[in-house]
Write a protein that binds this ligand. Structure first.
Ligand SMILES: [Zn+2]
Length: 137
């Protein structure tokens, strides 16, 4: 049986991105918090965008949030053309940061302001960053 499909646009792994993807592979959401000022950022950053400190710590955050907006992509960039149509959304995570991510399911199944939860989609070398309805079985 074939394994998960390759990610069409695989991540560039660095000291800042690798902890995020390794956590994602385990179904967790991990990002960085500035040690001096406490500012939480997403995606993880090696430098705090608020105080420019370079001392950041990784921490797991709740993998849940609210879907604020979403769209269905039909005219996809070439690496993703084979996957179209697919959904992209803006999620306000409960931890207080906003992110853009793939949304699992069909357009008609979603509404703005619905609760969503992390749902990494199987792929290699790492899962696709995605969310689905919260409370999904
Ligand atoms: Zn800071």
């Amino acid at each position: 049986m074939p394994g998960p499909p390759p990610l069409p646009y695989p991540p560039r792994l660095t000291a800042v991105t690798r902890p995020f993807y390794e956590a994602l592979a385990e179904g967790r959401l991990r990002t960085t918090r500035c040690r001096p000022c406490g500012h939480l950022t997403f995606p993880p950053k090696g430098v705090c965008p608020r105080c420019w400190a370079e001392k950041v710590d990784f921490e797991d955050i709740a993998p849940t949030g609210v879907l604020r907006s979403f769209t269905e992509v039909w005219a996809a960039p070439s690496p993703f053309a084979a996957q179209a149509p697919y959904l992209l959304g803006i999620v306000d995570l409960d931890a207080g940061v906003r992110c853009a991510a793939r949304i699992v399911g069909r357009f008609e199944e979603h509404t703005c302001d619905e609760r969503v939860e992390l749902s990494p989609q199987p792929a290699t070398p790492f899962p696709l960053f995605a969310f689905r309805h919260a409370g999904h079985a």
